[in-house]
Design a binder for this molecule. Structure first.
Ligand code: PLP
Length: 389
């Protein structure tokens, strides 16, 4: 096991530590309250009650009805369910932005859907979306993420919804809000969309619990069929403890959102400015006013992120380059490519993401480690070039 006390963890967009309240809430469901929530006895009804109460709590944070909340196995499943479920139910083609997480992008590609470009900050190009919807008469779902997982850009969903409702009135609008829960008031998103995905491990809940909110009731086909749980929307025995913990974590996140937003905006600014003060050519990938408070994505000229991540890892600093699942690949991320970031610049990308456990000391230590690591890599690159001459 890693000695977490010695770690400087700046990879919260990949996964954030569970909140103590969430761990406490789920613990009884491991050994004491283990009954299947679908059972017919009183012991099972306790589990059922815990799931139903959690559904009420999640719905309150989303500003929707409890019967619109479907618990799933993860954010990926929620995204897959939205895209495949809409096309299975209504036929037609899906549409998404080029900067979506692969959990949306790959289903859209598999279904021969339409991928719309993004602007230089990574938000969907609204004119290109309009053009795509006008040209295609058979769009059944449009999926546009609320917050980008790599660079932290916030999408104006109200604007997206206006275009979708006008030019594809029969299409469903889905948002992947997996990276939004810590930073945006989810009640401001639900009025604009038909479907919304969440993942508990991004807001202090456990891994393996997702939510798909079906606003206005079910209009898509289920992805997983079997025992008929979740009112036939998603079969499979309820992960009772996980669901309980997800609801607690979401409530706590919601209650702390505005104060945490201010605190973490200060810290992410301190991090980027601290790097820029000591290193040349550190580009802040997305301007502060367009991204969430916890995102500090930079592109550092003259280094390859893989080598940089290796040095940071040696010094117990956890960060990432592309999205977690894609890191390790040498190609620049599909998000940076879609944003039009130059390949050489994109190869020096570093995703630093802050969360509820991040302190000023973490930020300062990260700067102290990153600066010499970049200097070391730049010196080595200069020496290699000189030797080749
Ligand atoms: N969507 C976005 C924007 C994400 O950041 C992630 C996780 O990185 C997912 C979907 C997938 O969520 P999960 O890890 O719960 O499958």
């Amino acid at each position: 096991m890693a000695d977490t006390a010695a770690l400087t963890y700046l990879d919260h967009a990949a996964s954030t530590p569970m909140r103590a309240g969430a761990i406490e809430a789920m613990t009884p469901f491991f050994a004491e309250q283990y009954a299947n929530a679908s059972g017919a006895h009183r012991f099972a009804r306790q589990s059922r009650k815990a799931v139903d109460e959690s559904r009420d709590r999640v719905a309150a944070v989303l500003g929707c009805q409890p019967n619109e909340v479907v618990f799933t196995g993860c954010g990926t499943e929620s995204d897959n369910m939205a895209v495949f479920g809409a096309v299975h139910a209504h036929g037609g083609r899906p549409v998404c932005s080029a900067a979506e997480h692969h959990a949306v992008l790959h289903p859209v590609e598999q279904l021969d859907g339409i991928v719309v470009g993004v602007d230089a900050a990574g938000a969907i190009d609204i004119d290109a979306l309009r053009t795509a919807l006008v040209a295609a008469s058979d769009v059944s779902i449009v999926s546009v993420m609320a917050v980008n997982n790599e660079v932290g850009t916030v999408t104006d969903l109200e604007e997206v919804a206006a275009v979708v409702r006008r030019h594809a009135p029969n299409a469903l609008l889905h948002t992947d809000a997996v990276q939004a829960a810590c930073w945006l008031d989810l009640r401001t998103l639900t009025p604009h969309v038909d479907l919304l995905s969440l993942s508990a491990h991004k807001f202090g809940g456990p891994k393996g619990v997702g939510v798909l909110a079906e606003i206005g009731g079910p209009r898509i086909a289920p992805l997983i069929v079997g025992g008929g749980q979740e009112r036939d929307r998603r079969s499979g025995t309820h992960n009772t403890g996980g669901i309980v913990a997800a609801a607690v974590a979401l409530e706590e996140t919601d209650a702390e959102r505005s104060t945490e937003g201010v605190r973490l905006r200060e810290l992410s600014n301190r991090l980027v400015k601290g790097l820029q003060a000591q290193l040349s050519d550190v580009i802040e990938t997305v301007p502060v006013e367009r991204k969430v408070a916890g995102s500090a994505h930079v592109c550092i000229a003259g280094v390859e992120s893989e080598s940089l991540l290796f040095l940071l890892d040696q010094a117990n600093v956890c960060a990432s380059a592309a999205s977690a699942c894609a890191s390790g690949a040498m190609d620049p991320s599909h998000v940076l490519a879609a944003m039009g970031v130059d390949r050489d610049v994109a190869l020096g990308s570093l995703r630093l993401s802050l969360g509820h456990t991040t302190t000023a000391a973490d930020v300062d230590r990260a700067i102290d480690v990153i600066v010499p690591a970049v200097e070391q890599l730049r010196t080595a690159a200069t020496q290699r070039t000189a030797q080749r001459r």
